[in-house]
Design a protein around this ligand. Structure first.
Ligand code: 4AD
Ligand code: MG
Length: 466
Protein backbone atom coordinates (compact mmCIF):
# COMPACT_ATOMS: atom_id res chain seq x y z
CA UNK A 1 0.00 0.00 0.00
CA UNK A 2 2.34 2.69 -1.24
CA UNK A 3 0.14 5.61 -0.24
CA UNK A 4 -0.43 4.51 3.37
CA UNK A 5 1.98 5.24 6.20
CA UNK A 6 4.41 2.34 6.52
CA UNK A 7 3.01 1.13 9.83
CA UNK A 8 -0.24 0.23 8.01
CA UNK A 9 1.49 -1.37 5.06
CA UNK A 10 -0.13 -4.74 5.58
CA UNK A 11 -3.69 -3.33 5.39
CA UNK A 12 -5.59 -2.70 2.15
CA UNK A 13 -6.58 0.89 1.42
CA UNK A 14 -10.24 1.37 0.59
CA UNK A 15 -12.13 4.45 -0.53
CA UNK A 16 -14.76 6.02 1.68
CA UNK A 17 -17.34 4.65 -0.78
CA UNK A 18 -16.10 1.11 -0.14
CA UNK A 19 -15.83 1.65 3.61
CA UNK A 20 -19.49 2.69 3.64
CA UNK A 21 -20.69 -0.53 2.03
CA UNK A 22 -22.17 -3.25 4.23
CA UNK A 23 -20.01 -5.86 2.43
CA UNK A 24 -16.91 -4.27 3.91
CA UNK A 25 -17.99 -5.00 7.49
CA UNK A 26 -15.49 -7.20 9.27
CA UNK A 27 -12.44 -6.01 7.32
CA UNK A 28 -9.37 -4.20 8.67
CA UNK A 29 -8.68 -1.34 6.29
CA UNK A 30 -6.97 1.97 5.75
CA UNK A 31 -9.05 5.02 4.71
CA UNK A 32 -7.75 8.45 3.72
CA UNK A 33 -9.69 11.69 3.64
CA UNK A 34 -10.52 15.12 4.94
CA UNK A 35 -12.43 15.71 8.14
CA UNK A 36 -15.90 17.18 7.67
CA UNK A 37 -16.83 17.29 11.37
CA UNK A 38 -15.63 16.12 14.76
CA UNK A 39 -17.93 15.39 17.68
CA UNK A 40 -16.65 14.39 21.12
CA UNK A 41 -18.57 11.99 23.31
CA UNK A 42 -18.50 12.27 27.07
CA UNK A 43 -17.70 8.56 27.14
CA UNK A 44 -14.14 9.32 26.06
CA UNK A 45 -14.06 9.01 22.29
CA UNK A 46 -14.68 11.16 19.23
CA UNK A 47 -16.67 10.75 16.03
CA UNK A 48 -14.94 11.95 12.88
CA UNK A 49 -16.86 12.31 9.63
CA UNK A 50 -14.39 11.68 6.80
CA UNK A 51 -14.85 12.30 3.08
CA UNK A 52 -12.43 11.52 0.25
CA UNK A 53 -14.53 12.52 -2.78
CA UNK A 54 -15.27 8.94 -3.80
CA UNK A 55 -18.94 9.35 -2.96
CA UNK A 56 -21.41 11.82 -1.54
CA UNK A 57 -21.61 10.37 1.95
CA UNK A 58 -18.96 10.45 4.69
CA UNK A 59 -17.67 7.54 6.67
CA UNK A 60 -17.89 7.80 10.41
CA UNK A 61 -14.68 7.02 12.29
CA UNK A 62 -14.68 6.32 16.00
CA UNK A 63 -11.44 7.44 17.61
CA UNK A 64 -10.97 6.27 21.17
CA UNK A 65 -8.99 8.16 23.82
CA UNK A 66 -6.71 5.14 24.04
CA UNK A 67 -5.10 6.23 20.74
CA UNK A 68 -1.60 7.61 21.34
CA UNK A 69 -2.26 11.00 19.73
CA UNK A 70 -5.84 11.37 20.99
CA UNK A 71 -5.26 14.35 23.30
CA UNK A 72 -2.37 15.89 21.40
CA UNK A 73 -3.86 15.80 17.89
CA UNK A 74 -7.20 14.08 17.42
CA UNK A 75 -9.10 16.31 19.83
CA UNK A 76 -7.89 19.31 17.83
CA UNK A 77 -9.08 17.96 14.46
CA UNK A 78 -11.65 20.10 12.73
CA UNK A 79 -13.15 20.61 9.28
CA UNK A 80 -10.55 20.51 6.53
CA UNK A 81 -7.86 18.51 8.36
CA UNK A 82 -6.43 15.55 6.45
CA UNK A 83 -6.03 12.11 7.97
CA UNK A 84 -5.26 8.48 7.31
CA UNK A 85 -7.20 6.05 9.46
CA UNK A 86 -6.51 2.38 10.08
CA UNK A 87 -9.24 0.37 11.70
CA UNK A 88 -11.96 -2.24 11.58
CA UNK A 89 -15.12 -1.64 9.58
CA UNK A 90 -18.13 -2.54 11.71
CA UNK A 91 -21.86 -2.41 11.29
CA UNK A 92 -23.12 0.95 12.52
CA UNK A 93 -26.03 1.35 14.91
CA UNK A 94 -26.29 4.96 13.69
CA UNK A 95 -28.98 6.19 11.31
CA UNK A 96 -28.22 6.77 7.63
CA UNK A 97 -25.04 4.70 7.52
CA UNK A 98 -24.42 0.98 7.21
CA UNK A 99 -20.92 1.02 8.63
CA UNK A 100 -18.42 2.84 10.81
CA UNK A 101 -14.67 2.50 11.25
CA UNK A 102 -13.25 1.78 14.68
CA UNK A 103 -9.80 3.36 14.47
CA UNK A 104 -6.71 1.56 15.68
CA UNK A 105 -4.52 4.42 14.49
CA UNK A 106 -5.08 7.87 12.99
CA UNK A 107 -2.27 9.71 11.25
CA UNK A 108 -2.80 13.46 10.89
CA UNK A 109 -1.23 14.85 7.73
CA UNK A 110 -2.33 18.45 8.02
CA UNK A 111 -4.40 20.46 10.46
CA UNK A 112 -6.75 23.19 9.20
CA UNK A 113 -6.83 26.25 11.40
CA UNK A 114 -10.36 26.74 12.70
CA UNK A 115 -9.96 30.53 12.78
CA UNK A 116 -9.08 30.91 9.12
CA UNK A 117 -10.35 27.83 7.23
CA UNK A 118 -12.97 29.31 4.89
CA UNK A 119 -15.25 26.25 4.94
CA UNK A 120 -15.47 26.09 8.70
CA UNK A 121 -19.20 26.68 8.73
CA UNK A 122 -21.80 25.12 6.48
CA UNK A 123 -24.23 26.85 4.19
CA UNK A 124 -22.06 29.29 2.25
CA UNK A 125 -23.60 31.01 -0.77
CA UNK A 126 -22.54 29.87 -4.22
CA UNK A 127 -21.34 33.45 -4.86
CA UNK A 128 -18.97 33.21 -1.91
CA UNK A 129 -17.80 29.74 -2.91
CA UNK A 130 -16.82 31.09 -6.35
CA UNK A 131 -14.26 33.29 -4.57
CA UNK A 132 -12.67 30.15 -3.10
CA UNK A 133 -12.84 27.96 -6.19
CA UNK A 134 -9.73 26.13 -4.96
CA UNK A 135 -11.58 24.84 -1.87
CA UNK A 136 -15.16 24.52 -3.06
CA UNK A 137 -14.65 20.94 -4.35
CA UNK A 138 -14.60 20.02 -0.64
CA UNK A 139 -18.25 20.95 -0.27
CA UNK A 140 -21.15 18.56 -0.82
CA UNK A 141 -22.48 20.48 -3.80
CA UNK A 142 -19.24 20.79 -5.71
CA UNK A 143 -18.20 17.22 -4.99
CA UNK A 144 -21.53 16.10 -6.44
CA UNK A 145 -21.16 18.37 -9.48
CA UNK A 146 -17.65 17.02 -10.11
CA UNK A 147 -18.81 13.40 -9.97
CA UNK A 148 -21.82 14.02 -12.22
CA UNK A 149 -19.62 15.93 -14.68
CA UNK A 150 -17.23 12.98 -14.77
CA UNK A 151 -20.12 10.56 -15.33
CA UNK A 152 -21.48 12.68 -18.20
CA UNK A 153 -18.06 12.78 -19.91
CA UNK A 154 -17.68 9.04 -19.58
CA UNK A 155 -21.17 8.45 -21.00
CA UNK A 156 -20.39 10.69 -23.98
CA UNK A 157 -17.18 8.89 -24.87
CA UNK A 158 -18.79 5.49 -24.45
CA UNK A 159 -21.83 6.45 -26.52
CA UNK A 160 -19.70 7.50 -29.47
CA UNK A 161 -17.09 4.76 -29.16
CA UNK A 162 -19.79 2.07 -29.07
CA UNK A 163 -21.17 3.48 -32.32
CA UNK A 164 -17.87 3.57 -34.17
CA UNK A 165 -17.24 7.32 -34.00
CA UNK A 166 -13.62 8.41 -34.18
CA UNK A 167 -12.43 10.83 -31.51
CA UNK A 168 -10.51 13.64 -33.25
CA UNK A 169 -8.64 16.56 -31.76
CA UNK A 170 -9.19 19.87 -33.45
CA UNK A 171 -6.90 22.86 -32.81
CA UNK A 172 -7.53 25.38 -30.07
CA UNK A 173 -5.69 28.07 -32.00
CA UNK A 174 -7.27 28.84 -35.34
CA UNK A 175 -7.49 31.50 -38.03
CA UNK A 176 -11.15 30.95 -38.95
CA UNK A 177 -14.29 32.20 -37.24
CA UNK A 178 -16.55 29.17 -37.44
CA UNK A 179 -19.69 30.81 -36.16
CA UNK A 180 -19.02 34.08 -38.01
CA UNK A 181 -20.10 35.92 -34.88
CA UNK A 182 -16.76 37.64 -34.31
CA UNK A 183 -16.70 36.69 -30.63
CA UNK A 184 -13.12 35.43 -30.69
CA UNK A 185 -10.19 35.97 -28.35
CA UNK A 186 -7.11 36.99 -30.28
CA UNK A 187 -3.76 35.27 -29.73
CA UNK A 188 -1.35 38.19 -29.66
CA UNK A 189 2.10 36.58 -29.56
CA UNK A 190 4.66 38.10 -31.91
CA UNK A 191 8.14 37.10 -33.15
CA UNK A 192 11.13 39.10 -34.38
CA UNK A 193 11.83 38.57 -38.08
CA UNK A 194 15.37 38.44 -39.51
CA UNK A 195 15.12 42.11 -40.54
CA UNK A 196 14.26 43.08 -36.97
CA UNK A 197 10.59 43.75 -37.67
CA UNK A 198 7.89 42.42 -35.36
CA UNK A 199 5.67 39.83 -36.99
CA UNK A 200 2.65 37.91 -35.85
CA UNK A 201 3.63 34.54 -34.43
CA UNK A 202 1.46 32.61 -36.87
CA UNK A 203 2.05 35.02 -39.74
CA UNK A 204 -1.61 36.07 -39.60
CA UNK A 205 -4.19 36.99 -36.99
CA UNK A 206 -4.93 33.92 -34.87
CA UNK A 207 -7.65 33.26 -32.32
CA UNK A 208 -8.83 30.79 -29.70
CA UNK A 209 -11.38 28.57 -31.39
CA UNK A 210 -15.13 29.09 -30.92
CA UNK A 211 -15.83 25.61 -32.32
CA UNK A 212 -13.89 22.69 -33.76
CA UNK A 213 -16.56 22.08 -36.39
CA UNK A 214 -14.82 23.21 -39.57
CA UNK A 215 -11.74 21.13 -38.87
CA UNK A 216 -13.90 18.23 -37.67
CA UNK A 217 -15.73 18.30 -41.01
CA UNK A 218 -12.46 17.56 -42.79
CA UNK A 219 -12.09 14.36 -40.80
CA UNK A 220 -15.74 13.35 -41.19
CA UNK A 221 -15.42 13.93 -44.94
CA UNK A 222 -12.52 11.48 -44.97
CA UNK A 223 -13.26 9.00 -42.21
CA UNK A 224 -17.03 9.04 -41.81
CA UNK A 225 -18.16 9.47 -38.23
CA UNK A 226 -16.17 11.63 -35.83
CA UNK A 227 -16.52 13.62 -32.65
CA UNK A 228 -14.53 16.23 -30.81
CA UNK A 229 -14.61 16.92 -27.09
CA UNK A 230 -12.67 19.92 -25.93
CA UNK A 231 -12.63 23.48 -24.66
CA UNK A 232 -13.93 26.33 -26.79
CA UNK A 233 -13.74 30.06 -26.21
CA UNK A 234 -16.14 32.91 -26.76
CA UNK A 235 -15.46 36.56 -26.12
CA UNK A 236 -19.17 37.20 -25.77
CA UNK A 237 -19.71 40.03 -23.38
CA UNK A 238 -22.88 38.44 -22.15
CA UNK A 239 -22.56 38.24 -18.40
CA UNK A 240 -25.37 35.72 -17.91
CA UNK A 241 -25.88 32.58 -15.80
CA UNK A 242 -25.74 30.53 -19.04
CA UNK A 243 -22.61 31.88 -20.74
CA UNK A 244 -18.94 31.22 -20.12
CA UNK A 245 -15.92 32.61 -21.93
CA UNK A 246 -14.39 29.11 -21.83
CA UNK A 247 -16.65 26.09 -22.02
CA UNK A 248 -16.46 22.49 -23.16
CA UNK A 249 -18.20 21.35 -26.30
CA UNK A 250 -18.83 17.93 -27.83
CA UNK A 251 -19.13 18.08 -31.62
CA UNK A 252 -20.07 14.94 -33.57
CA UNK A 253 -19.91 15.14 -37.35
CA UNK A 254 -21.28 12.48 -39.71
CA UNK A 255 -20.76 12.03 -43.42
CA UNK A 256 -23.71 10.70 -45.45
CA UNK A 257 -26.16 12.07 -42.90
CA UNK A 258 -29.00 14.57 -43.11
CA UNK A 259 -30.75 16.74 -40.53
CA UNK A 260 -33.09 13.94 -39.43
CA UNK A 261 -30.18 11.61 -38.71
CA UNK A 262 -28.53 14.46 -36.83
CA UNK A 263 -31.61 14.89 -34.62
CA UNK A 264 -31.75 11.17 -33.93
CA UNK A 265 -28.12 11.18 -32.84
CA UNK A 266 -28.70 14.17 -30.56
CA UNK A 267 -31.72 12.55 -28.91
CA UNK A 268 -29.86 9.25 -28.49
CA UNK A 269 -26.85 10.95 -26.94
CA UNK A 270 -28.87 12.99 -24.46
CA UNK A 271 -30.91 9.98 -23.36
CA UNK A 272 -27.76 7.91 -22.88
CA UNK A 273 -26.27 10.65 -20.71
CA UNK A 274 -29.41 10.98 -18.59
CA UNK A 275 -29.71 7.22 -18.15
CA UNK A 276 -26.09 6.81 -17.08
CA UNK A 277 -26.28 9.67 -14.58
CA UNK A 278 -29.44 8.26 -12.96
CA UNK A 279 -27.90 4.80 -12.78
CA UNK A 280 -24.38 5.71 -11.75
CA UNK A 281 -24.81 8.79 -9.53
CA UNK A 282 -27.95 8.03 -7.50
CA UNK A 283 -26.67 9.60 -4.26
CA UNK A 284 -25.53 12.78 -5.98
CA UNK A 285 -28.81 13.06 -7.88
CA UNK A 286 -30.77 12.58 -4.66
CA UNK A 287 -28.83 15.48 -3.22
CA UNK A 288 -29.61 17.76 -6.19
CA UNK A 289 -33.23 16.73 -6.02
CA UNK A 290 -33.47 17.47 -2.29
CA UNK A 291 -31.36 20.60 -2.04
CA UNK A 292 -31.18 22.30 -5.43
CA UNK A 293 -34.27 21.54 -7.55
CA UNK A 294 -36.98 19.07 -6.49
CA UNK A 295 -37.86 18.19 -10.11
CA UNK A 296 -34.54 17.05 -11.57
CA UNK A 297 -34.90 13.28 -11.14
CA UNK A 298 -38.51 13.18 -12.25
CA UNK A 299 -37.66 15.32 -15.28
CA UNK A 300 -34.85 13.05 -16.42
CA UNK A 301 -36.94 9.92 -15.87
CA UNK A 302 -39.79 11.42 -17.84
CA UNK A 303 -37.51 12.37 -20.73
CA UNK A 304 -36.17 8.84 -20.95
CA UNK A 305 -39.70 7.62 -21.60
CA UNK A 306 -40.81 10.22 -24.12
CA UNK A 307 -39.78 11.29 -27.58
CA UNK A 308 -38.35 14.71 -28.20
CA UNK A 309 -40.71 16.81 -30.24
CA UNK A 310 -39.57 18.09 -33.61
CA UNK A 311 -41.07 21.46 -34.44
CA UNK A 312 -40.11 23.84 -37.22
CA UNK A 313 -39.01 27.36 -36.42
CA UNK A 314 -41.99 28.66 -38.41
CA UNK A 315 -44.45 26.66 -36.29
CA UNK A 316 -42.69 27.79 -33.12
CA UNK A 317 -42.97 31.47 -34.03
CA UNK A 318 -46.67 30.99 -34.77
CA UNK A 319 -47.11 29.45 -31.31
CA UNK A 320 -45.26 32.35 -29.68
CA UNK A 321 -47.23 34.97 -31.62
CA UNK A 322 -50.56 33.52 -30.57
CA UNK A 323 -49.50 32.70 -26.99
CA UNK A 324 -50.93 35.87 -25.50
CA UNK A 325 -47.72 36.05 -23.47
CA UNK A 326 -46.03 39.44 -22.96
CA UNK A 327 -42.41 38.90 -23.99
CA UNK A 328 -39.66 41.45 -23.47
CA UNK A 329 -38.62 40.83 -27.08
CA UNK A 330 -41.65 40.51 -29.35
CA UNK A 331 -41.44 37.73 -31.93
CA UNK A 332 -41.91 37.85 -35.66
CA UNK A 333 -40.80 35.45 -38.37
CA UNK A 334 -37.09 36.07 -38.96
CA UNK A 335 -36.13 37.06 -35.43
CA UNK A 336 -33.66 35.13 -33.32
CA UNK A 337 -35.34 33.35 -30.42
CA UNK A 338 -34.42 34.68 -26.99
CA UNK A 339 -34.10 32.63 -23.82
CA UNK A 340 -37.59 33.76 -22.77
CA UNK A 341 -39.08 32.32 -25.97
CA UNK A 342 -37.19 29.05 -25.68
CA UNK A 343 -38.32 28.71 -22.10
CA UNK A 344 -41.94 29.46 -22.93
CA UNK A 345 -41.93 26.73 -25.57
CA UNK A 346 -40.29 24.07 -23.39
CA UNK A 347 -41.76 24.97 -19.99
CA UNK A 348 -45.23 26.24 -20.72
CA UNK A 349 -46.27 25.08 -24.15
CA UNK A 350 -44.68 21.66 -24.79
CA UNK A 351 -43.44 20.91 -21.27
CA UNK A 352 -40.52 18.85 -22.52
CA UNK A 353 -37.42 19.01 -24.73
CA UNK A 354 -38.09 20.25 -28.24
CA UNK A 355 -35.94 20.16 -31.36
CA UNK A 356 -36.57 23.28 -33.41
CA UNK A 357 -35.44 23.10 -37.03
CA UNK A 358 -35.34 25.04 -40.31
CA UNK A 359 -34.39 28.49 -39.03
CA UNK A 360 -34.26 31.64 -41.19
CA UNK A 361 -31.03 31.77 -43.18
CA UNK A 362 -30.33 35.34 -42.10
CA UNK A 363 -29.79 34.42 -38.43
CA UNK A 364 -27.64 31.29 -38.88
CA UNK A 365 -23.99 30.77 -39.94
CA UNK A 366 -22.81 30.31 -43.51
CA UNK A 367 -22.18 26.56 -43.30
CA UNK A 368 -25.80 25.48 -42.83
CA UNK A 369 -27.53 23.91 -45.84
CA UNK A 370 -30.00 26.18 -47.58
CA UNK A 371 -33.49 24.67 -47.96
CA UNK A 372 -35.39 24.65 -51.24
CA UNK A 373 -37.57 27.51 -50.01
CA UNK A 374 -34.47 29.72 -50.12
CA UNK A 375 -35.50 31.39 -46.83
CA UNK A 376 -34.53 28.77 -44.29
CA UNK A 377 -31.53 26.58 -43.49
CA UNK A 378 -31.30 23.03 -42.16
CA UNK A 379 -30.48 24.08 -38.63
CA UNK A 380 -31.63 22.38 -35.46
CA UNK A 381 -31.44 23.48 -31.85
CA UNK A 382 -32.32 21.23 -28.95
CA UNK A 383 -34.13 23.24 -26.27
CA UNK A 384 -34.84 22.04 -22.75
CA UNK A 385 -36.87 23.49 -19.87
CA UNK A 386 -35.08 25.99 -17.59
CA UNK A 387 -31.86 26.12 -19.59
CA UNK A 388 -33.02 26.73 -23.17
CA UNK A 389 -30.56 25.74 -25.91
CA UNK A 390 -28.21 22.90 -25.03
CA UNK A 391 -27.42 21.73 -28.57
CA UNK A 392 -26.97 23.67 -31.80
CA UNK A 393 -26.44 21.79 -35.04
CA UNK A 394 -27.21 21.52 -38.72
CA UNK A 395 -26.91 19.69 -41.97
CA UNK A 396 -23.96 21.29 -43.74
CA UNK A 397 -24.06 23.02 -47.11
CA UNK A 398 -22.35 20.52 -49.41
CA UNK A 399 -22.88 22.44 -52.70
CA UNK A 400 -19.79 24.46 -53.58
CA UNK A 401 -21.55 27.31 -55.38
CA UNK A 402 -24.20 27.78 -52.71
CA UNK A 403 -21.59 27.70 -49.94
CA UNK A 404 -19.45 30.32 -51.67
CA UNK A 405 -22.38 32.65 -52.15
CA UNK A 406 -23.45 32.18 -48.51
CA UNK A 407 -19.97 33.17 -47.38
CA UNK A 408 -20.08 36.33 -49.46
CA UNK A 409 -23.58 37.08 -48.20
CA UNK A 410 -22.19 37.02 -44.66
CA UNK A 411 -19.14 39.15 -45.44
CA UNK A 412 -16.62 36.29 -45.33
CA UNK A 413 -13.86 35.88 -47.89
CA UNK A 414 -14.15 32.42 -49.53
CA UNK A 415 -10.41 32.49 -50.28
CA UNK A 416 -9.52 32.22 -46.63
CA UNK A 417 -11.74 29.11 -46.40
CA UNK A 418 -10.16 27.45 -49.46
CA UNK A 419 -9.47 24.23 -47.58
CA UNK A 420 -13.04 24.04 -46.29
CA UNK A 421 -14.35 24.60 -49.81
CA UNK A 422 -12.06 21.83 -51.13
CA UNK A 423 -14.22 19.36 -49.20
CA UNK A 424 -17.06 20.38 -51.55
CA UNK A 425 -14.80 20.49 -54.60
CA UNK A 426 -13.55 16.91 -54.21
CA UNK A 427 -15.99 14.16 -53.36
CA UNK A 428 -18.56 16.26 -51.56
CA UNK A 429 -21.15 14.42 -49.46
CA UNK A 430 -24.22 15.37 -47.49
CA UNK A 431 -23.13 15.62 -43.87
CA UNK A 432 -24.37 16.90 -40.55
CA UNK A 433 -23.33 17.46 -36.96
CA UNK A 434 -23.98 19.42 -33.82
CA UNK A 435 -22.39 20.95 -30.75
CA UNK A 436 -23.48 20.00 -27.23
CA UNK A 437 -22.49 22.44 -24.50
CA UNK A 438 -21.20 20.34 -21.59
CA UNK A 439 -21.95 22.95 -18.94
CA UNK A 440 -25.43 23.58 -20.32
CA UNK A 441 -26.36 19.93 -20.00
CA UNK A 442 -24.90 19.88 -16.49
CA UNK A 443 -27.12 22.81 -15.54
CA UNK A 444 -30.10 20.86 -16.79
CA UNK A 445 -29.17 17.61 -15.03
CA UNK A 446 -28.25 19.10 -11.66
CA UNK A 447 -30.73 21.96 -11.49
CA UNK A 448 -27.87 24.32 -10.59
CA UNK A 449 -28.76 27.89 -11.48
CA UNK A 450 -25.46 29.37 -12.59
CA UNK A 451 -23.16 27.93 -15.24
CA UNK A 452 -20.15 29.13 -13.21
CA UNK A 453 -21.01 26.47 -10.64
CA UNK A 454 -20.81 23.46 -12.96
CA UNK A 455 -17.26 24.01 -14.28
CA UNK A 456 -14.26 23.75 -11.95
CA UNK A 457 -12.72 27.14 -12.73
CA UNK A 458 -15.16 29.42 -14.57
CA UNK A 459 -13.86 31.98 -17.04
CA UNK A 460 -16.18 34.93 -17.46
CA UNK A 461 -15.74 38.70 -17.91
CA UNK A 462 -13.51 39.97 -15.08
CA UNK A 463 -12.93 36.49 -13.75
CA UNK A 464 -9.71 34.44 -14.12
CA UNK A 465 -8.32 34.25 -10.57
CA UNK A 466 -7.57 30.56 -10.34
O1 4AD B 1 -24.88 26.80 -31.14
P1 4AD B 1 -23.39 26.87 -31.12
O2 4AD B 1 -22.76 28.21 -31.25
O3 4AD B 1 -22.92 25.88 -32.30
C1 4AD B 1 -21.66 25.71 -32.75
O4 4AD B 1 -20.65 26.16 -32.26
C2 4AD B 1 -21.58 24.75 -33.90
N1 4AD B 1 -20.31 24.96 -34.59
C3 4AD B 1 -21.73 23.33 -33.40
C4 4AD B 1 -21.69 22.31 -34.48
O5 4AD B 1 -22.60 22.24 -35.27
N2 4AD B 1 -20.66 21.51 -34.52
O6 4AD B 1 -22.84 26.20 -29.79
C5 4AD B 1 -23.15 24.85 -29.47
C6 4AD B 1 -23.55 24.73 -28.02
C7 4AD B 1 -24.76 25.55 -27.63
O7 4AD B 1 -25.96 24.89 -27.96
C8 4AD B 1 -24.58 25.67 -26.13
O8 4AD B 1 -25.00 24.49 -25.48
C9 4AD B 1 -23.08 25.77 -26.00
O9 4AD B 1 -22.51 25.23 -27.18
N3 4AD B 1 -22.64 27.16 -25.85
C10 4AD B 1 -22.18 27.70 -24.70
N4 4AD B 1 -22.05 27.20 -23.47
C11 4AD B 1 -21.56 28.01 -22.50
N5 4AD B 1 -21.19 29.28 -22.71
C12 4AD B 1 -21.30 29.86 -23.93
N6 4AD B 1 -20.89 31.11 -24.13
C13 4AD B 1 -21.82 29.05 -24.99
N7 4AD B 1 -22.06 29.27 -26.31
C14 4AD B 1 -22.54 28.12 -26.81
MG1 MG C 1 -26.52 28.04 -31.10
Amino acid sequence: MSNAPSSFSNLPTVSVAEARRAETVGREVVVHGWVRTRRDSKAGFSFLEINDGSCFGNVQVIADRGLANYESELKRLGPGASVTVAGAVEASPGKGQATEVHATAVVVHGMADAETYPLQKKGHSFEFLRTIAHLRPRTNTFGAVARVRNCVCNAIHRFFQERGFLYVHTPLITASDCEGAGAMFQVKETVKAANGATEEFFGRPAFLTVSGQLEAETFACSLGKTYTFGPTFRAEHSNTPRHLAEFWMIEPEMAFCDLWGDMELAEGLLKRIFRDVLEQCPEDMQFFNQRIDPTVIETLEHILQSEFLRVSYTEAVAILETSGQAFEFPTAWGCDLQAEHERYLTEKHFRRPVILYDYPRSIKPFYMRVNDDGRTVRAMDVLVPKVGEIIGGSQREERLDVLESRMKEQGLNPESYWWYLDLRRYGTVPHAGFGLGLERILLFITGMQNIRDVIPFPRAPGNAEF
